[in-house]
Design a protein around this ligand. Structure first.
Ligand SMILES: [Ca+2]
Ligand SMILES: [Ca+2]
Length: 449
């Protein structure tokens, strides 16, 4: 009997210490959500292939349509593609989007900057145009860091583009936020940051390192670690420099081999980086990768130096057909989008799905004041509390509580933007509470890195 009780206690303990992944369909009947970003407003910003840019509240499931880009023209792999937010968003309310369109009878791609007025996007400004497009191989993931916009372009079905540094196709481009070329790009006056690409479909930056997922043709899908001015081989090299026909070119052309290759191919797609201490701690320091043909979600565990993938594991329990993209909330929830609608979009069957641990739902945020933005989250040195016009008033105060309910920081919020220094606080989970002296306006879980 005593043994049975002990076994029971151990079983309960085991259940409580292992996160249980559960899936929840947040929205259905979408048309290929090609890009998803978990925004600083705790909404999922997403594009759909037919030119719609939307914003989804994952808790209420409400979708706001922010813009319909009527110039978008869908072909097999073409349509509205990648998106990125300005690094100071929403203080600088710029949103960058890639889409394909017709220039006369020629299929092209451009990068446009829109402005968010708190309700919709407007004022589109083209910052890069005349990128060749094709039925297949159009890129086009976007990524911003503090100073630059990065753009993946496909070879647009012309393999010679990739090794031609004077073509903007088959590249990773790096431009300023107005589309001009940074002075310290590897080739003066040239937007190319790296070349020899076929069709990169995923991109994420972690600690200054850019990881990309890229489609091989009938072999050698890749995860690459981008380095300035390096050649990634296509079409002369597929995957690793491991064939007699490849090695000379690799040496002569400064080719950077992939971190990981897959033959047979998976059709690797959107990637994001997981390092949250909450929800699924086993995924810490991993790239989470969606795949189309293989239709599975992968965990790619990185080493501490983040220059090696130490293991690639299928995340079980995720079976929704072709997967297009992935994004991760600061709380550690994983969101995936599917890519199963037919080409014309006459049947719209795509979903955005949340992967979460039900045991942690009780500590979700209790907001929902959309006029208050707290960023970055997770934060390392300073946390910014930003109130819009409707949210700002006198006598606002904030408190930050640790998990045992002790106040670790408190102060007044005399201005619409308050910076809170948190570098002295130990890493971990905290609850931020904003009050007007009487009532709680917002509770938000924040993570100190
Ligand atoms: Ca390559
Ligand atoms: Ca090879």
């Amino acid at each position: 009997m005593r043994k049975l009780i002990l076994l029971f206690i151990l079983a309960v303990f085991a259940c409580n210490t292992h996160a249980q992944m559960t899936t929840r369909i947040v929205r259905d009947s979408l048309f290929i959500p090609w890009e998803m970003i978990y925004g600083p407003d705790n909404h999922i910003w997403f594009t759909q292939k037919n030119g719609y840019i939307c914003r989804l509240n994952p808790d209420t499931r409400k979708i706001d349509t922010l813009y319909q880009e009527t110039n978008t023209v869908i072909r097999s792999e073409g349509g509205m593609l990648g998106m990125a937010l300005h690094p100071q968003f929403p203080a600088t309310p710029h949103v960058f989007v890639a889409y394909n369109y017709m220039d006369g009878t020629t299929y092209k791609e451009r990068i446009v900057k829109y402005e968010y007025n708190g309700a919709v996007l407007n004022n589109p400004q083209t910052i890069l145009d005349d990128i060749d497009a094709s039925n297949i191989h159009n890129g086009c993931r976007l990524l911003t860091d503090a100073n630059y916009l990065y753009i993946t372009t496909g070879d647009a079905s012309a393999t010679s583009n990739s090794q031609d540094v004077n073509s903007i196709n088959g590249k990773t481009l790096r431009v300023n936020f107005d589309g001009s070329i940074p002075a310290d790009n590897p080739i003066p006056g040239n937007p190319a940051w790296s070349w020899g690409h076929r069709n990169a479909q995923g991109m994420v930056m972690v600690n200054g390192k850019i990881f990309q997922s890229e489609h091989g043709d009938n072999s050698d899908d890749e995860i690459n670690l981008l380095e300035k001015g390096r050649n990634y081989g296509w079409p002369n090299v597929k995957g690793y420099c491991d064939q007699p026909t490849e090695t000379t070119f690799c040496t002569d052309s400064n080719v950077r081999e992939p971190l990981r290759g897959w033959t047979p191919t998976l059709a690797v797609c959107g990637i994001d980086y997981y390092n949250q201490q909450t929800m699924f701690p086993a995924f810490q320091n991993s790239i989470i990768m969606a795949t189309l043909k293989d239709s599975k979600l992968y965990q790619l565990k990185l080493n501490t130096a983040m220059d090696t993938i130490t293991s690639a594991t299928v995340i079980s329990g995720v079976s929704f057909g072709r997967l297009r993209d992935v994004c991760i909330s600061p709380q550690g929830k994983i969101y995936i989008s599917t890519s199963n609608s037919n080409a014309s979009g006459s049947t719209r069957t795509d979903k955005i799905i949340e992967l979460y641990d039900p045991s942690s739902v009780s500590i979700r945020n209790t907001p929902t004041n959309t006029d208050i933005n707290i960023y970055p989250n997770p934060a390392k040195d300073e946390l910014f509390l930003h109130l819009g016009k409707a949210g700002f008033k006198q006598n606002l105060k904030y408190q930050i509580y640790n998990t045992t309910g002790q106040v670790v920081a408190t102060g007044n919020m005399p201005h619409p933007l308050t910076g809170v220094r948190i570098q002295h606080i130990p890493a971990g989970l905290y609850q931020l509470v904003i009050t007007d002296g009487n009532n709680i306006l917002m509770r938000q879980k924040v993570v100190k890195e």
